[in-house]
Write a protein that binds this ligand. Structure first.
Ligand SMILES: [Zn+2]
Length: 188
């Protein structure tokens, strides 16, 4: 069993990280994909500790839409922050979580879209999958990804995390994306 989206580098787990990992492994979890916020040094430090405790963990890094505002003046800096962590951490396997969240008002939608785009472009360049966070923003999320055309569908596979109750219809958090996985790099 693999957890494809968890936040074990969150400081909330700092005090008993080893015990948390032990319980997870005891429950049958063989591996985990741990999401990191780009340029968050506390998380990066804890990620390094985590790797020594549990060498099978792998990581993703991205600027979450809640933090997009930090890059409002220059959205490309978001991709720069992600890129530097990608190169400094060999066990990075994806870019994320990235996307759009219109539920909260932490960052304006325009800034969120710009920061999302710059990271999707980075993912295409380095040919890594993306982990998408989208809440109350499904249409814009899909529109941005579709904007990259077949190259996006073919080269940027999606790990999609749905937030909110499972409802269907416009405005719900439920998304169905058809994606081709032809170019997914092997994830070990
Ligand atoms: Zn998450």
């Amino acid at each position: 069993m693999i957890d494809s989206h968890c936040h074990l580098a969150d400081p909330v787990f700092a005090a008993d990280l080893e015990a948390v990992v032990e319980r997870a492994r005891g429950a049958g979890l063989e591996r985990a994909l741990v999401i990191l916020e780009a340029a968050n040094t506390a998380e990066a430090t804890q990620a390094a500790t985590l790797e020594t405790i549990w060498p099978e963990v792998r990581f993703t890094v991205g600027v979450h839409p809640h933090h997009a505002q930090d890059y409002a003046n220059e959205p490309a800096r978001a991709a720069g922050a992600v890129r530097s962590q990608l190169t400094s951490t060999p066990s990075m396997r994806a870019i994320g979580e990235i996307g759009l969240d219109y539920h909260y008002d932490y960052s304006t939608p325009a800034v969120q879209r710009a920061v999302f785009r710059t990271q999707v472009e980075l993912a295409r360049e380095v040919r890594l999958p993306i982990v998408v966070h989208t809440r109350e923003a499904a249409e814009d999320t899909i529109a941005i990804l579709k904007g990259y055309g077949k190259k996006c569908a073919g080269r940027v596979p999606l790990l999609y995390r749905r937030h909110g109750p499972r409802r269907r219809g416009p405005g719900s958090g439920f998304l169905h994306l058809r994606v081709r996985y032809r170019h997914v790099p092997q994830v070990d």
